[in-house]
Design a protein around this ligand. Structure first.
Ligand code: NAD
Length: 308
């Protein structure tokens, strides 16, 4: 038999039929339960980009229900509808709500709606974020833009986490059937923030954005610390360039961005939103049950240094 692959073809030895032993089939679900999700999710910033992909990924990985929140209400209503065709849980529910993360009452209303409709929140993912209004050197940063970016990216993360923790700490831990590993307690909840590689580095002319992402790193760690006694896990993913409306806008303002990515990124291309979503799914899943207070660096290899 000849097998074809990307690097050409090769010959596989053939055996007489009676000597071929097929491996016994492994039940797919049994094998993958620790990589799936089993409860209810709230995803903020789910109208497009990374947040929408996170919600779609959670839906296809078994979520029982997802509440989509964003300032763009039409966007989340459409995304919630679309998620129904991707969901693998037969009882999947999708809801949407208008959300403004700078308004504590809007954040509370979103969490209250999830509790009213789902009874609990097992996974909360925050993919809300904005870039600076203008790329300018540090000393020319507009004070009101600094406040706006910090308010949405950093204070928004704080308000969202606080509201999610208040719900999660009062609920019973989630019990999950992990096939041959039996029934396991996977804790009261998992919070994941979509932060940025700018949590640990800097790029020119984006001081408010860089400061907001450094703040998110501190908030994630502080929140994870205080949530240890409740068995709530708090983590973040730190992507670099990811193909979303935010990246497209970056390319429009800085036309050299694709060339910079090609030169610096290990794969010579921006990431896809689904690749970032896969790490968010992992941090929510039972396989990550002992992981809290961490950042998954998804920086395309940039922060380890340039290739000389
Ligand atoms: N795309 C990238 O290259 C990249 C790289 C690193 C980090 N990130 C981070 O990933 C996260 C998601 O970014 P994205 O690329 O998907 O961007 P995006 O612009 O496509 O999505 C961000 C979403 O946040 C929503 N939003 C903005 N302000 C809001 C508010 N006040 N309340 C509620 N929702 C609000 C927007 O409507 C939008 O749907 C952001 O935190 C961003 O900083 C993105």
């Amino acid at each position: 038999m000849v097998v074809s692959g990307l690097s050409g073809s090769f010959r596989v030895p053939t055996f007489a039929r009676s000597r071929v032993r097929r491996p016994s089939p492994i039940p797919y679900r049994e094998n993958m339960e620790q990589s799936r999700v089993h409860g209810f999710a709230v995803v903020a910033g789910a109208a497009g980009g990374i947040g929408m992909e996170v919600a779609f990924t959670l839906a296809s990985a078994g979520a029982r229900g997802i509440l989509f929140g964003d300032t763009n209400y039409d966007g989340v209503a459409n995304a919630a509808r679309e998620s129904k065709s991707l969901a693998s849980n037969p009882t999947y529910q999708a809801l949407s709500v208008k959300l403004n993360v700078t308004d504590p009452s809007s954040v509370k209303a979103m969490m209250d709606l999830a509790v009213k409709e789902f009874g609990r929140i097992d996974y909360f993912v925050n993919a809300v974020g904005v870039d600076v209004a203008e790329y300018v050197p540090f000393e020319e940063t507009a004070d009101d833009d600094y406040d706006r970016v910090l308010e949405i990216n950093a204070k928004g993360s704080y308000l969202l986490s606080k509201a999610a923790v208040k719900v999660m700490k009062d609920q019973e831990p989630l019990q999950v059937h992990l096939g041959r590993h039996g029934i396991r307690d996977v804790g009261r909840g998992a919070i994941v923030h979509v932060c940025s590689a700018m949590a640990v580095g800097a790029v020119p002319w984006k001081a408010p954005y860089v400061a907001s992402k450094h703040a998110m790193l501190g908030l994630t760690r502080a929140c994870a610390m205080d949530c240890k006694p409740y068995d709530i896990r708090v983590n973040q993913v730190c992507p670099a360039w990811t193909k979303t409306p935010m990246y497209e806008e970056d390319c429009r303002r800085s036309p050299l961005t694709p060339q910079v990515v090609e030169r610096l990124a290990a794969r010579k291309r921006p990431m896809e939103a689904y690749e970032v979503a896969a790490s968010c799914l992992y941090l929510c899943s039972p396989g990550a049950v002992s992981i809290t207070g961490t950042s998954i660096m998804m920086d395309c290899g940039v922060t380890i240094g340039p290739v000389l």
